[in-house]
Design a protein. Structure first.
Length: 150
């Protein structure tokens, strides 16, 4: 199955992601959708071996996400948002959600499983954080804001 992207071309779809993606109530802005599509296109044409699980999560987001037509609500995790979350009710992760292909201190890049899971989620939402070894951990978004408001 192919997923139409914002430009009208299609992105090949891989397998179904077995997390709570349907329960996630993911919402994406046009800019976030375009950013994900560009990353997937880059990953498809790159010699960098990106995780298939990561790519599948992003493909799934494009398929199930509700479109945000205007400005994103302040509680939705978009690129450039400061995000704070709790993993397994004990580990706090926080940073700015980024498109960056190089992981930098203070950023949560889209090319990480955490970043791919967080994009489009809202403060207070819970989901499963998948890992490459097939384990799952709980994830709760505790805060979404601007980088300078923290």
């Amino acid at each position: 199955m192919a997923i139409p992207d914002i430009t009208g071309s299609t992105i090949p779809r891989h397998r179904e992601v077995e997390a709570d993606s349907r329960d996630c109530r993911c919402r994406l802005t046009k800019a976030d959708r375009l950013g994900i599509e560009r990353f997937l296109s880059f990953a498809n044409n790159s010699s960098v071996p990106y995780s298939q699980l990561l790519l599948d999560i992003l493909h799934q987001k494009l398929q199930v996400a509700v479109a945000i037509e205007d400005a994103a609500p302040s509680d939705v995790a978009t690129f450039g948002s400061y995000i704070s979350c709790v993993v397994d009710e004990k580990d706090i992760e926080c940073g700015v959600l980024s498109y960056g292909l190089v992981a930098r201190a203070g950023e949560i890049p889209i090319h990480s499983l955490l970043g791919a899971t967080l994009i489009g989620m809202s403060a207070g939402q819970r989901t499963k954080l998948l890992s490459e070894d097939s384990t799952t951990r709980s994830l709760v978004v505790t805060q979404v804001g601007t980088p300078f408001a923290v």
